[in-house]
Write a protein that binds this ligand. Sequence first.
Ligand code: ZN
Length: 330
Amino acid sequence: MSGRKGGRARRAHARPPKRSRKAAGRPAYWVAALAVAAVAIVVAILVWVLKPAVPSFDGRRALSDVNTLVDFGPRVPGTAGHAAGFEFLRARLDTLADQLSVQPVYLPLPNGDTLNGTNLIASFNLNPARNARVMLGAHWDSRPWADRDPDPTRRGEPVPGANDGASGVVVLLEMARLLHADPPEIGVDILLFDLEDAGADSTVPFAVGSEQFAAENEHYRPTFGIVVDMVCDAELRLPREGNSHQAARRVVDMVWAAADDVGADAFLDEVGGSVTDDHVPFLRRGIPVIDVIHSPFPDYWHTTADTPEKCSAESLEEVGGVIARVIYSQ
Ligand SMILES: [Zn+2]
């Protein structure tokens, strides 16, 4: 009896705790919801704070360097314009790079003459926090003959080389300024190649400076590389270059994804033609170097009309912004 009573009493006493558990459930729910919201806010703040800080690329400064280079005159080996252009590049990189070296390169011509040129190699972060190096390249010479000029009488004149040559160089000069002011975690080498654009039919090759660099530096194996060429046109069109897409797809995907991130509309998600440029000597050696190049080529390509008026600060800034994004995201 007493046992049953006690049992009832225990059951009777058992009810209120049930109610109190229900009542306690509401504050627990709100506490959990607030905790989840707080964690979400903290995560969002951390993502914002920790995202790579990308220094800002100045397209107007880059465009003013195009004008400076073209004002020296065509950068044809053996001319005053070439010598002045070289000295300008050497002096600029000397103030910005951690190490600057030069490499003489040469190209024998069928008529017995030899074109003598010089590659510039500017290195940043010789002992980087992360054991990785990225190569950025462009050719600084300009074509000795405007052999595509619509006026046959002008086809022996040199190409001014505002887009074809200077545009890639000035993107890398501006990158050099960023790398100097704000060293990235990786090492970066800026290579300015000479003798890219003196090729003619099958007897005289293109991309001579980069070929001789790759041949004489067989132990240089950057993690990846990006060559920029013809990147200033106001109507810039940058499909994925064919050789790069075939041989260094991972790098192309990464660069085009960075373009997508920053809204660089000139980078088109389509595969364009295959171009022989300064990336090819590296691809041949199994080094993943891609080419970012306007395609199809503008109609003033290899004519006397390749002048700074064809160039846009916005286009230079778009390309530079993508490269900065890639470098500072590594
Ligand atoms: Zn060219």
